[in-house]
Design a protein around this ligand. Sequence first.
Ligand code: SF4
Ligand code: SF4
Length: 490
Amino acid sequence: MSSTGVRAFALSSYDVPHGHELVVRSCEDCACPTSGARSARPDRTVHSGRPLVRSRDVLEMPLDSGHWVLFAPQGNGGVVVVNERGLDVFRQFRSPVAPRDLAGHDQEAVTQVVRRLAEQDLVHEPGSPAVASFAESRELTAWLHVTNACNLRCTYCYVHKSSDEMDTALAKSSVDALVDSALRHGFRALRLKYAGGEASLNAAVLLELHDHAVARCAEHGLDLSAVVLSNGVALSPRFTRDLRQRSIRVMISLDSLGETHDAQRPTLGGKPSAHLVMRTIDQLIERGLPPHLSITITSGNTADIASVVRFALARDLTFSFNFFRDNACTGDASGLRYEQQAMVDGVADAFAVIEEAMPPWSVLGSVLDRGQLVEPRRKACGVGDDYVVIDQRGQISQCHMELDSPVGHVGVDDPITAVRRPGIRNLLAEEKEGCRDCTWRNWCSGGCSVATFRATGRFDVRSPNCGIYKAIYPAALRLEGLRVLRFAEA
Ligand code: SF4
Ligand code: SF4
């Protein structure tokens, strides 16, 4: 959509058909869960005779030669795109003024612009600033480590691999424990992530487990969704069909289109794997089960993520970025740790590709590592609240990166009670030094607690990725503005 007209206007994702729902969240298909989701359109009635004033700390960024992006970090989010005249309307709220008293604009245009500004908390009545509302999670997410075996040997993997796998009896009793726990603690939905190791190596148990979960959730009125996290080396036609029939989604890891993927994700025998993964991705598309791509970024592939993004967009696939997180299993991780500027440059290259081949869905929930700009959030993930990890022996952990530090067992413990025991301190953003006064605290939430602890020995400080986050958040808002402008209905 273009705008050179003289009337003021403002656009948001509500002007894009289904635009507000077209958000890919990292939590949908990657490893880490995030709590809470809020999608209802805000009700902000505007009286043209009552004064309004602009919100505190609004980000105002040029989008192109005729448009600007506005975003209110202290409110409930949402990007607004304005043309020059719309920007003038917004700027007139520097001091309180009633919309009907704004100078130089016709009232119809002012009403449209002010409505969008108010919906996205960019203006408010004097003395009543927007307050971020944090959605309460009603979904329990469980990582089910159905096997400890894998046919790859990724350099950054956090699993001490073995041939152990979950058996059917344990799989079913894990589901029973999760369903009972979810009901006891008031959850309304269960999200299962079938993982490992390589989950597809224990396909029969995975499918039995899922069918049992379908039956148990139906019996108790719990919503159920599921995803397989796979390395994509080989997914048979039969397994693909079984997943599709059950509406189980697939997430595939792809870190580059060639050598760097091969270097950080070699096979058990040390051979390249990228060509196998790309073949699987195309097979999944052909078989009607398009996967989500998870791109893990280390020092080795910062320069390659743009090519994976191009590959994904050419196939209409969604994707997410996960920054490498140091862990106990990697040993010497010095070769994987990225330089801040290299990461910022790599993400900028990827953003340029997104701008060029803009997808209809918003990237605000999926390309910012553990941060997101979709809705205010107090914590970066659900650890200690609504996230349970169960390994192949039934041991319960708080995070899939902490499999060696179990906090209970499904045979004897209520899983949610177990993960709420002392362990990882998943603090609120305002409890972290450096975060409590940050513009982005309700969106970034201070990053992954485990990664911060490994880097600093403390949970109560900001993420070691802070500088990267602060550099890429504005660029992501700009991308969202371009999406709104491109897909908004005239
Ligand atoms: S990690 Fe940095 S960007 Fe994130 S909330 Fe803390 S201070 Fe802000
Ligand atoms: S602690 Fe970190 S790795 Fe674990 S679930 Fe949370 S964000 Fe993910």
